[in-house]
Design a protein around this ligand. Structure first.
Ligand code: HCA
Ligand code: CU
Length: 421
């Protein structure tokens, strides 16, 4: 019987899009709001090309209204003629912004407006009837230009549910392509996400896009739950860069999704490009890839304890849910420490092309563990212990062979003498 995937989509989520989600990468919009980001056009082009090559479905760009240079960048990226990714720009829900956006050459426009009382009172100061009126005007205008249009409420989770249902049903009726649900402050948790999206999904027929900030570490989990509840589009950024500590990281989200549906994810995205893409963005915004980053963190595929190493050497699935080979990476057995075991050391002995018996490897392992109790070990330390031990063993063997040869020589000489007689 074929084994079912314990991490696969739950069949009771009948609206689930876990196996048909799409990515809207916002590294060149939300990511530009990251504290360290300063993107030149040349950098933006490099990032856009790399995202397209990786296979993201959409690339979202900073509003052309932000500055003259921002507008020139949107126009230049639209002219690149990317193979796969469609280009969106992200604007306020204003006719002024919409008129400029549709002239830039984008495939679609992502419109947003704050609907929580916090933002209505302290940010733009508009009430729901004004918001609804502007939304209708902007959506109809963008649609009339033949472009895709998404309407999103900023700070959705702190907005009044009645206001949300009203505005979303209104924009759905006039033919918006997607509605966006945004956890602007990163406070939402998966159960809330599931409930809100299921509720909204039950009153609209258009697709749902989501945008999750990571202030409380729930961004990836929220994105996954959103798909289970029926959302289809997930906003991501390379390394999760964005306002404050950012949003759903593209790489981490791929790790989540490949576990849920390996065939879909592998057929759609060039996973072996993740490392290059992350390095490119990390260099540009001058950060290091965190040690615990999914997939590319330096120890993401490093196994240390002897018990783990033994099992991994026998079958990597024992302690790995992700196969490093899917991302063009390799696993690593950390053998230079006191938690090591003789299987890990045996594997190192083989890598060094040396031959020792299991008993001998066990003997070396004891020495390594003893030294590991005293101080941190490097690979060099362990390799020296192994090589010295091997040299000693060889010397002993040579001595033994010499001794045997010497004892064997006598009868042979005699025999020779006999035969020569
Ligand atoms: C912001 C806006 C936004 C918009 C999200 C969206 C957010 O910078 O505050 O368009 O859906 O997080 O609400 O990024
Ligand atoms: Cu945001």
């Amino acid at each position: 019987m074929a084994q079912t995937n314990p991490y696969g989509p739950n069949p009771s989520d009948y609206l689930s899009n876990v196996s048909k989600f799409e990515l809207i990468d916002s590294t060149l919009r939300e990511g530009e709001q990251f504290a360290n980001a300063f993107f030149t056009l040349e950098m933006k082009i490099k990032i856009a090309k790399a995202l397209d090559d990786f296979g993201v479905d959409y690339i979202e760009l900073t509003s052309p209204v932000a500055s003259d240079q921002a507008r020139a960048e949107v126009e230049a990226i639209c002219k690149l003629g990317l193979k796969r990714s469609k280009i969106l720009t992200h604007i306020r829900c204003h006719m002024h912004d919409a008129k400029i956006a549709v002239e830039t050459g984008v495939d679609g426009v992502n419109v947003f407006i704050g609907t929580s009382s916090f933002l209505r009172q302290h940010s733009h100061g508009k009430d729901m009837s004004f918001i609804t009126k502007s939304a209708i005007e902007v959506i109809e205008f963008v649609k009339s230009k033949g472009l895709e249009i998404r309407f999103s409420t900023e700070d959705s989770f702190r907005s009044d549910i009645v206001d949300l249902l009203n505005i979303y049903t209104t924009v759905d009726k006039i033919g918006v392509n997607r509605i966006g649900i945004a956890d602007t402050v990163g406070g939402a948790h998966p159960r809330q996400v599931y409930e809100l999206i299921r509720t909204i999904k039950s009153v609209v027929s258009c697709d749902i896009e989501t945008h999750f900030h990571n202030d409380t570490g729930c961004a990836i989990a929220n994105a996954y739950t959103a798909l289970e509840a029926g959302a289809k589009y997930i906003d991501t950024c390379v390394l999760g860069i964005g306002e404050r500590n950012g949003i759903v990281p593209l790489g981490g989200f791929m790790a989540r999704m490949i576990v849920a549906d390996p065939d879909y994810v592998k057929s759609k995205y060039k996973l072996h490009k993740i490392r290059e893409l992350e390095n490119l963005v990390a260099d540009i915004v001058q950060v290091n890839i965190p040690f615990n980053n999914p997939i590319t963190g330096f120890c993401a595929f490093t196994h240390k304890a002897g018990i783990h190493a033994k099992a991994i050497l026998a079958n990597p699935s024992t302690y790995e849910i992700l196969d490093p080979a899917d991302f063009g990476l390799s696993r690593y057995i950390h053998f230079a420490n006191r938690l090591t075991g003789w299987n890990a050391i045996k594997s190192r002995v083989e890598q060094l092309n040396l031959k020792l018996s299991d008993d001998q490897v066990k003997e070396i392992t004891t020495k390594i563990k003893q030294m590991g109790d005293v101080r941190p070990l490097g690979i060099e330390d362990v390799d020296s212990i192994i090589k010295n031990f091997h040299a000693e063993v060889q010397e002993e063997e040579e001595e033994k062979t010499d001794a045997t040869a010497a004892t064997e020589e006598e009868p042979a000489t005699k025999k020779q003498k006999v035969s020569s007689e």
